[in-house]
Design a binder for this molecule. Structure first.
Ligand code: ADP
Length: 682
């Protein structure tokens, strides 16, 4: 389908009235004015924008060139002219190509890729549906002429002679657009309109009539017609209306689907998959980092009356990308700050809402800009942090931590060759043996994603580059073995979160889930003389404080069962501390760990340090289920834990984890705290 641009009437150009500081002759001769007018007329602006641009232009021409208003007005017009009002790229929705491209750029991530291909398939089907037009007119010639024209444009056209026939045709196969004459035998256009509105509300209706009067037009519009045209039909206008209605329908259909939201720890490929989707679809891509954003104006711009006002980041991005249908990645949406100083969420909601985003208004531009062609993809580390209305709009696709073997594969196939090239080295000249890569992954990084690993590989490449130069021109292939790694990279960094080696009294190892993936953390418990206080430190959230209180109450109420003195709390204080200030400690999963730490401290039985726990306890000692099981088990593996104790209800989650993750870990599922005691305490 083609876009038909209206030929603009030469005569409709506004005439300069020549008031203000300059004379009429000057204005007419002004080459700047001529040039600007010409650029505005030839910029294919939509009608309502064209009008504003013309007005602004005429006002500017009358403004003194040395005044600040001139610069402001000029910038504004230039901004309007620089926006891609009608520029789009055509979507490439070839699924085989998209799959090849996703595979070529990313190793693994199969569930994610599958979901993306499904998404593209739906888009592709939508775009392939041939738009259907039904023509109702009692004049044969008029019907035939319109049929021929619309068929040439690639529409599926049917034509009928009156309202009754039109209803039958709609019943057989509802059309996307009905173009109907007003006066017809049998059932006329208005009756037909009412019937269509009632039964097929999504169909667009354009009324045509030879007796175009304001009154009939108003009646038709009131009864629900979308557009109204007098005869003889202005074909350009009719086509414009048809395209407008189709765009509206298509937009509603294709955007009824949710916005994709990639969630998961940093460095797991969310941004780069977004980029690959844009590449696969043949769309432009830009990334909008939302971390730390609190000011609505940053997204939506400042009004022109402010000094130094600028458009918001959305329109700036659109302007830079040069098209109105790019892929926009709204990165780290969960880090948007909501506080009393402002809330950018409202703008995000508006942008993502298909009902509203077709007329997104930037404060600086002050005119609606159509964002409905944009494909938005959001990313978030912790999706629970998103405000509920935003989360409702999203379909979450989870990116989980990479296993050791995935990291090795990705390093060998992607990260190492790309980093070598980026450092001016030829990948063919270097051979990093698998054990060397493994050492980089295991000894030099401890993370869910690949960011740290990518940095370590970059560091290795810098060192190799230096060595290569120092060694002079040598054509031999350089082989890097595991043993060479410490020589090149220096000693491995010391990670504080490895499991302790020998059993300890009053110290238990817990597993938590954070935005960086799983982590292990330690819970310490101590008792001293005092008066029945439970002291909690380690910047714990409210939920954790309550867990600790529950743990203590459970032990006090079951003192006999655990061979504790019934009055152990009478003349003492108990202090529970969770070090590692950097880890957010909020979730409800540390109940077991806290109970075990306190119990160990009270009984003097040491806790095995190769066992880690995750699970909440109830006041009656039942173990309640927790989330993030895969991430937690992986964190345990990385930290050298041998046994992971989890709630029985996590059984299903454990069974769906791939064998590689469970390789060196024994998972024990428990339903009551008593079962944990024997596993954990010596
Ligand atoms: P995120 O957006 O999740 O923080 P990035 O997309 O920035 O992560 O990924 C970090 C780096 O890891 C990038 O260089 C990316 O190309 C690479 N990467 C991530 N996942 C994969 C994968 N499955 N295959 C190949 N490279 C990957």
């Amino acid at each position: 389908m083609k876009w038909f641009r209206k030929k603009r009437d030469e005569g409709s150009q506004p005439e300069s009235k020549g008031s203000g500081g300059q004379k009429v002759d000057d204005i007419l001769k002004d080459p700047f004015a001529d040039d600007l007018r010409m650029r505005i007329e030839s910029a294919s602006l939509p009608n309502h924008i064209l009008e504003v641009a013309r007005d602004e232009c005429e006002r500017l021409i009358k403004t003194d060139k040395s005044s600040p208003e001139f610069a402001l007005g000029h910038n504004y017009i230039e901004f309007i002219l620089s926006l891609p009002w009608n520029v789009t790229t055509k979507d490439d929705l070839d699924l085989t190509r998209a799959k090849d491209l996703l595979d070529a750029r990313h190793y693994g991530l199969n569930p994610v890729k599958e979901r993306i291909l499904e998404f593209l398939a739906v888009k592709s089907l939508h775009s392939r549906q041939q738009a259907k037009i039904l023509l109702a007119d009692d004049e044969v010639i008029a019907r035939e002429n319109l049929s021929i024209i619309f068929e040439q444009e690639g529409f599926a056209v049917r034509s009928v002679a009156n309202g009754l026939e039109a209803i039958t045709a709609m019943e057989n196969d509802p059309a996307d657009i009905l173009v109907t004459d007003l006066k017809m035998e049998g059932m006329d256009g208005l009756q037909l309109l009412q019937e269509v509105r009632r039964r097929w509300p999504d169909t667009g209706v354009i009324m045509l009539t030879g007796y175009a009067t304001v009154k009939t037009a108003v009646t038709a519009m009131l009864k629900g017609a979308d557009q109204y045209l007098g005869k003889p039909v202005n074909l350009t206008k009719l086509r414009d209306y048809v395209m407008e209605l189709l765009n509206r329908n298509q937009r509603i259909q294709s955007l009824r689907g949710p916005v994709l939201c990639f969630t998961g720890p940093p460095g797991t490929g969310k941004t780069s998959i977004g980029r690959a989707i844009a590449e696969a679809m043949g769309r432009k891509f830009f990334r909008l980092s939302l971390a730390g954003l609190r000011d609505e104006a940053e997204l939506r711009g400042h009004r022109r009356t402010y000094v130094g006002a600028m458009a918001g980041r959305i329109l700036q991005g659109i302007q830079k990308s040069g098209v109105r249908n790019p892929v926009i990645m709204l990165d780290e949406m969960d880090k948007v700050i909501q506080d009393f100083q402002g809330d950018a969420t409202a703008v995000l909601l508006e942008m993502l809402d298909p009902e509203q985003n077709a007329s997104f208004v930037d404060n600086y531009l002050g005119l609606p800009f159509d964002l409905s062609g944009v494909l938005f993809i959001a990313t978030a580390n912790i999706v629970e942090r998103l405000p509920a209305p935003l989360r409702d709009r999203m379909e979450e696709i989870e990116f989980s931590s990479y296993t050791l073997s995935e990291k090795q594969q990705i390093s060998t196939r992607f990260l190492i060759p790309s980093q070598l090239s980026q450092h001016g080295l030829n990948p063919k000249d270097f051979n990093l043996l698998p054990e060397a890569v493994r050492s980089l992954v295991v000894d030099y990084t401890r993370e869910a994603g690949l960011r740290g690993l990518e940095k370590q590989i970059a560091s290795l490449c810098r060192k190799l580059a230096r060595k290569t130069l120092a060694g002079g021109e040598n054509s031999d292939i350089v082989t890097v073995e595991a043993g060479d790694i410490p020589d090149i990279m220096g000693p491995p960094p010391h990670f504080t979160t490895t499991a302790k080696s020998s059993p300890k009294v009053g110290l238990a190892t817990g597993l938590v889930w954070t935005e960086n993936g799983g982590e292990i953390l330690f819970v310490e418990a101590a008792r001293m003389q005092g008066n029945k206080q439970l002291i909690l430190t380690g910047s714990l959230g409210e939920v954790l404080r309550e867990s600790a209180q529950t743990a203590l109450s459970f032990l006090r109420s079951n003192a006999e069962k655990f061979s504790l003195a019934p009055d152990f709390f009478e003349s003492s204080d108990i202090h529970v501390h969770i070090p590692a200030g950097a880890v957010t400690k909020e979730g409800p999963s540390a109940g077991i760990t806290i109970t075990i730490a306190i119990l160990s401290m009270l009984t003097g039985r040491a806790v095995r340090q190769d066992v880690a726990f995750s699970g909440e306890i109830s006041l009656l000692g039942e173990i309640l289920p927790v989330g993030g099981v895969r991430e937690k088990i992986m964190a345990a593996g990385r930290a050298g834990i041998k046994t992971v104790v989890l709630p029985e209800k996590c059984d299903y989650a454990v069974r769906s984890i791939e064998p590689e993750v469970l390789e060196n870990i024994e998972v024990r599922l428990v339903s009551r705290l008593e079962e944990v005691v024997d596993l954990a305490l010596l």
